[in-house]
Design a protein around this ligand. Structure first.
Ligand code: CP
Length: 332
C-alpha cells in the first residue's frame, strides 16, 4: 500500500484488517505512536469540518504533527497541468510544491473537490493524480473529484457496529438539493459496499447515473464478494426492505458544467426525493446514514435525522478511527 486513493486500491481482506485496527483505536486498546517525530501535510483546496478536524486530531493522537495548507489561502495558488505557460493566476506548480513538501513530511493528505465544469477531465481525478505522480511519499485521498475513501471506510465501520459482519440490504439514494454536488461520496460508498459484499440498491431519478466505468467496477466487486447491485428510478420502491439507507445528492453528467440546467431539471424531484418518515417506514427498520454536512428538511427530515435510527454522528466519529488505521498502515 503506497497511496490511499480509493478503497479498491486494496483487497477486501486488507480493508477488513483496517477496520479491525480502527476498532482497536476506538476501544482504546491501541495506544502506539507510529507517527512520533513525523509530520503529515494536509492540503485543503476546499472547506471541511470532519476531515480536517479528524485528520488533525488523529495525527496528534498517533504522536505526529499535522501541517495544514490551503492553496490560494494560506499557501500559493497551484497549477497542476504539465507544460502550461503560467502567466495566469497560478503562482506555483504542483511539481515543486510536492517535492518541497515531502522534504518535510512523511505523507500528504489532499482534498480537491470536482469543479463541476468538465466531466471527461474531472472523472480522471487530475489534481489528485498529479500529487500521486510527483510524490514519493504516500498520498491520502481526503475527497477528490471521484472518491472519498476515508468516508467510505467510516461508513463500512458504522454498518458493522450496528449489524456485525453480516451482509445487508443497503440503499444508496439520491436526494434533491438546490444545486449539483460532486459524486465522490456516492461513488466511494457504492464501491466499498460492493467490496464488503452487501446487497446494494442505487436509486436516483433518470439522468443521475453514476460513472459507467465505476459502475462496472462496482458490479465486478459485487460478483467477487457474493453481493449484488441493482438500480431503480422509483423512489417509493427503493426503500422497500432496506436495512441501511444512505442518502446523498449529486449532479447529473447530462448537465455537467451547466448547473442552471441541472437545477431546472431536478426541480420536479424535490417533493419525492427526500428521506422522510414515510419512506423510512417502508424499510426493514433501516438505519439512516449521511456523510454530513447535510441540509435538514431538504435531504432528510428532522424526524429521521434526529431519530434513534440515525447513525450520522457515529459515522463522523468513525472517520477518526479509520484514518488512524490508514495512516498507521501507510506511513513508515
Ligand atoms: N464528510 C466529510 O467529508 O465532511 P467534511 O466535508 O466536513 O470534511
Amino acid at each position: 500500500m503506497t497511496n490511499f486513493i480509493k478503497t479498491s486500491d486494496l483487497a477486501t481482506a486488507e480493508l477488513e484488517k483496517l477496520l479491525a485496527e480502527a476498532d482497536e483505536f476506538k476501544s482504546g486498546s491501541h495506544s502506539s505512536k507510529p507517527l512520533a517525530e513525523k509530520s503529515v501535510a494536509l492540503v485543503f483546496f476546499n472547506p471541511s469540518l470532519r476531515t480536517r478536524a479528524s485528520m488533525q486530531v488523529g495525527i496528534c493522537e498517533l504522536g505526529g504533527n499535522p501541517v495544514i495548507l490551503e492553496p490560494g489561502g494560506t499557501s500559493w495558488t497551484l497549477e497542476h497541468r504539465e507544460g502550461v505557460v503560467m502567466d495566469g493566476d497560478k503562482t506555483e506548480h504542483l511539481k515543486e510544491f510536492v517535492q518541497v513538501l515531502e522534504r518535510y513530511v512523511s505523507a500528504i493528505g489532499v482534498r480537491t473537490f470536482a469543479e463541476l465544469k468538465d466531466w471527461e477531465t474531472e472523472r480522471t481525478d487530475p489534481i489528485l493524480n498529479a500529487f500521486a505522480k510527483y510524490a514519493t511519499k504516500p498520498i491520502i485521498n481526503l475527497e477528490s473529484a471521484m472518491h472519498h475513501p476515508c468516508q467510505a471506510m467510516a461508513d463500512m465501520m458504522t454498518i458493522r457496529e450496528r449489524f456485525g459482519t453480516e451482509k445487508k440490504k443497503v440503499l444508496l439514494t439520491w436526494a434533491w438539493h438546490p444545486k449539483p454536488l460532486p459524486m465522490a461520496v456516492p461513488n466511494s460508498f457504492a464501491l466499498a459496499a460492493a467490496q464488503f459484499g452487501h446487497d446494494l440498491r442505487i436509486a436516483h431519478p433518470k439522468g443521475y447515473e453514476l460513472d459507467d466505468d465505476l459502475l462496472s467496477e462496482i458490479e465486478r466487486h459485487a460478483s467477487d464478494t457474493g453481493g449484488s447491485v441493482e438500480f431503480t428510478n422509483d423512489v417509493n420502491a427503493a426503500f422497500d426492505g432496506a436495512e441501511v439507507v444512505y442518502a446523498k445528492s449529486w449532479g447529473s453528467k447530462l448537465f455537467y458544467g451547466a448547473a442552471e440546467k441541472d437545477i431546472e431539471y431536478r426541480a420536479k424531484f424535490r417533493a419525492d426525493w427526500i428521506v422522510d418518515e414515510a419512506n423510512m417506514s417502508r424499510t426493514d427498520d433501516a438505519i439512516f446514514m449521511h456523510c454530513l454536512p447535510v441540509r435538514r428538511n431538504v435531504i432528510v427530515t428532522d424526524g429521521v435525522i434526529d431519530s434513534a435510527r440515525s447513525v450520522v454522528i457515529d459515522e463522523a466519529e468513525n472517520r477518526l478511527h479509520v484514518q488512524k488505521a490508514i495512516m498507521t498502515k501507510l506511513i513508515k
